[in-house]
Design a protein around this ligand. Structure first.
Ligand code: SF4
Length: 566
């Protein structure tokens, strides 16, 4: 099968529906994905811009709760790909002769694009505000003109904190179907962007399937494929091979590229005394190239050529942190901050081309050193959005690094990081499977949401309050359905109390009926109310059961007479 870009994989155009499951259309590794319970896909509209939300109905009464929805159109044939939502918008800009397709370029011309209106509705802010944040570089809307299937989203610290999930095959594991399945799975649970980090066989075809089926922006690290093109020989890499790779991926529709242009020759000795040296794949590749040729990083010296290409498609830079610390002992060292200085300079160059930029950050950082990362990034990179991997706040928990990193992610999100790259329980140990992807996404949804609440994002606590009310009222179904992971919440409850009658019980198995503190509190409140009523009744009787109390000595006989006459 050929698609619109003339490459193997799914082709564009399909149907959308408001609910249902995604079928497995006979592609190896794909499994059906269930929709959320008690939920419907609803839309807020602004002219022809239609923004999806997930509406959760409450059985216990009260208004439904609407939540940000990254799942995309349901009931789609994955062999056909998603509907091409943005195609008319892109066509209009092509027809008027645009050569710089960047959202930043439009914003700086004063234009409010459909993408800006879309994210304005999605985030409940004015489109003018979105335009101004994009124009000054404080926010980006990753939106390659060749990825019209993506629903626009914004990354910036004055918006909701976003999360990214990494997928992609390696030389030793997984099929295309399994990777598309992980994509669908990750966006169901709330991933705002996806990075395809494939390095194994069929990189191009895997990416094509992912792009045509991704309702969220897709990022890549193009140096991985460039290295495949030179048969793994780092010394044979060149700017020409790299630019060829960028064109190939930009034509397919990749929305942002991680480019390790800030790893400079003189930075490399600064890593010599680290415990874990250089842990970024891209960073280590570029360091090796620099040392082999004893030349400056070609991504740095040819950066303007890369900018020229990026703006033709509106691919955003995710300027890579090739020298990020790989353990807490290496955090905030000279190498890390020297690279950050280089990224600040590259940001200025990209902005001269109106190319959108975000800055990647660490990694492994103990809690007391996290704030310094955020403060330096804001100052050195002129408030370009920060996109951090965690950070992991301790190194002692392999197998649980979704937790060690979610702690750091919540903190740095609160301090101002715009997007958090998830970490799964398999970090440092192996390629994540379906369960690991879900665990990583949920851990990061928690971190991002906690940061949104701490930042005082308008309406951020609405869902918390609805769930808390349901919990106190023993509306078990509502409590499950409002949860980030309704399946697990229900399953845990039903492990010990599976009977339907237990869904009406005023306790669960944690404390049992005698010691349920919320039931005791409810009884206490009822007792206080009953006692208050009893007291009032007694007072009423004691005062002669008159309807209106009269102060001592008052005489109302004239008033009563007037009432009778009137
Ligand atoms: S039994 Fe305990 S955990 Fe369960 S609902 Fe009551 S207070 Fe909450």
């Amino acid at each position: 099968m050929k698609n619109d870009h003339g490459t193997p994989g799914p082709s564009g155009g399909s149907t959308s529906a408001t609910s249902g499951t995604t079928p497995a259309p006979g592609v190896d590794g794909l499994a059906p994905i269930q929709d959320f319970p008690a939920s419907t896909r609803v839309f807020k509209t602004d002219g022809h811009v239609k923004v999806p939300f997930r509406r959760i109905a409450l059985a216990g009464g009260g208004p439904p709760v609407e939540v940000y929805d990254t799942f995309g159109p349901r009931s789609v044939d994955l062999r056909q790909g998603l509907p091409r939502l943005r195609q008319p918008w892109v066509d209009r800009r092509t027809a008027r002769g645009d050569t710089n397709f960047s959202q930043m370029h439009c914003a700086r011309q004063g234009e409010i694009t459909e993408e800006m209106r879309f994210v304005g509705l999605r985030e409940n802010v004015a489109p003018e505000f979105v335009r101004d944040e994009v124009a000054c570089g404080r926010a980006i809307i990753p939106a390659n003109r060749n990825h019209p299937e993506a629903e626009p989203m914004v990354i910036g610290r004055n918006f909701l904190v976003k999360i990214n999930a990494n997928i992609g095959n390696s030389a030793v594991s997984s099929t295309i179907g399994e990777e598309v399945d992980k994509l669908r799975w990750a966006v169901k649970w709330g991933a705002d962007t996806i990075m395809d980090l494939s390095t194994g066989a069929n990189i191009h075809e895997t990416r094509e399937w992912i792009l045509r089926n991704s309702p969220v922006p897709v990022g890549t690290v193009p140096i991985y494929q460039a290295l495949e093109k030179v048969n793994g020989k780092i010394e044979d890499l060149s700017i020409d091979v790299f630019l060829d790779t960028l064109v190939e991926q930009a034509e397919q529709g990749v929305d942002y590229f991680t480019i390790h242009a800030g790893v400079l020759l003189h930075h490399i000795p600064l890593t010599a005394k680290r415990i874990t040296g250089i842990v970024s794949r891209g960073g280590s590749i570029m360091a090796r190239w620099c040392l082999t040729h004893h030349q400056e990083n070609f991504l740095y010296t040819h950066f303007e050529r890369i900018c020229e290409l990026m703006k033709k498609y509106d691919v955003a830079f995710s300027l890579g942190d090739g020298l990020r610390p790989g353990c807490t002992a290496d955090a905030n060292d000279a190498a890390q901050f020297a690279e950050l200085e280089a990224l600040g300079k590259l940001t200025e160059i990209a902005w001269r081309h109106d190319v959108q930029v975000m800055i990647e950050g660490p990694g492994h950082v103990p809690m007391h050193k996290i704030r310094e990362n955020m403060d330096k990034q804001l100052e050195i990179c002129h408030e370009a959005p920060f996109y951090t991997l965690g950070p992991l706040v301790t190194d002692i928990a392999p197998g649980y690094d979704h937790i060690t990193s979610a702690i750091g992610a919540a903190m740095i999100g609160w301090f101002g990081t715009a997007m958090l790259c998830y970490v799964t329980p398999k970090e440092h140990l192996g390629l994540p499977n379906r369960k690991d992807v879900k665990d990583g996404v949920i851990a990061y949804k928690i971190a991002a949401h906690a940061a949104d609440m701490a930042k005082g994002h308008p309406g951020a606590s609405e869902r918390d309050d609805a769930l808390s009310r349901a919990r106190f009222a023993f509306q078990w179904e509502d409590q499950f359905n409002l949860a980030l992971d309704p399946e697990t919440a229900r399953q845990f409850h039903d492990e010990t109390l599976p009977a339907p009658a237990a869904k009406g019980a005023h306790f669960c198995s944690m404390c049992g009926p005698q010691f349920c503190s919320m039931r005791i509190t409810q009884d206490l409140r009822a007792d206080v109310v009953a006692e208050g009523l009893r007291q009032k009744a007694a007072e009423f009787k004691a005062t002669g059961q008159e309807l209106y109390a009269r102060p001592a000595g008052a005489d109302y006989s004239e008033d009563l007479e007037r009432t009778e006459v009137g």
